[in-house]
Design a binder for this molecule. Sequence first.
Ligand code: ADP
Ligand code: FBP
Length: 320
Amino acid sequence: MKTIGVLTSGGDAPGMNAAIRAVVRTGIDKGIKVMGIQRGYNGLLNGEIFEMNRTSVSDIIQRGGTILRTARSDEFKTVEGRKKAYNVLKVFGIEGLIVIGGDGSFTGAQKLSDEFDVKTIGIPGTIDNDLAYTDYTIGFDTALNTVLDAINKLRDTSTSHERVSIVEVMGRRCGDIALFTGLAGGAEYIIIPEREYNFDNLCRTIIEGKVRGKVHNLILLAEGVGGAEDMAKKIEEVTGIQTRATVLGHIQRGGSPTAFDRILASRLGARAVELLVEGKSKRVVGIKDNKVIDVDITEALNMKKESNDNLYDLAQILSY
Ligand SMILES: Nc1ncnc2c1ncn2[C@@H]1O[C@H](COP(=O)(O)OP(=O)(O)O)[C@@H](O)[C@H]1O
Ligand SMILES: O=P(O)(O)OC[C@H]1O[C@](O)(COP(=O)(O)O)[C@@H](O)[C@@H]1O
């Protein structure tokens, strides 16, 4: 393998830069030319491609976002679009493509390999932690710490006013951000797509807590379940306790990556290059029990994420 390409696609995540750095420097260390592709599959279709060197990835390990930028591409979802992408890769002499992104980006890589025999390797970059084959995705840990910082601040004001505070966090189909920060932040209630919740039960928990002397109530809500504002109004109506909603939004996607995310990104970036050198393709790298693993893309995409029932139950017991 003489030349490889790297791109970031879908939503950005803190730690993507550390992954790009690892890909570029591992590639150069192995005598491979590394091409950076800007703006995901969009940039690939437009030929936004340039050669990277050791210096192009200097001073980025600590930065959030992605220096390669990211985008979503509808054209790439069509077979004609992917044929065009294949032609661009050929013109630039790119023999292997490393895609840093989530399940949508991996699906694109899978199709590119199936239809045009392009060698692809995926690196999981998304704050949602919604990929079943890996224990953690790059960006998740940083997002958790950002949310935790916000929760700590909200607790202060919520306690002073003896209010209920609902915090809506990202996670469309996966409640991991809400669950992990709910446990770490001592939330009274966690609402996630994986577990059914009952509104009356929620209100009862709040009222009982007040009677027992709780001075605040913190509810962690995953965005996939519903709107925080509406829920706040309904809770206030039923319980009579002032309730405020905070939607954290894209703040969760930014910021300097934690040590955990930088180390994860460095390990996965290096392994992705090694796999291409070994002649492997259509695989995704991940982490299982602190060991770097690689799995067939199709298999990885078909895996169903196990729900974290133990953590959910623990959070419930500890919140009482
Ligand atoms: N079914 C698909 N077929 C081909 N390409 C896809 C498919 N789904 C997503 N992609 C490509 O991957 C990009 C990123 O996917 P998206 O779901 O937005 O983010 P993520 O990778 O974070 O899940 C899309 O804009 C599209 O170009
Ligand atoms: O604002 P955007 O970029 O359209 O996307 C918002 C979504 O991106 C995420 O941060 C990550 O989702 P993906 O893994 O699909 O990119 C979600 O939690 C959120 O719902």
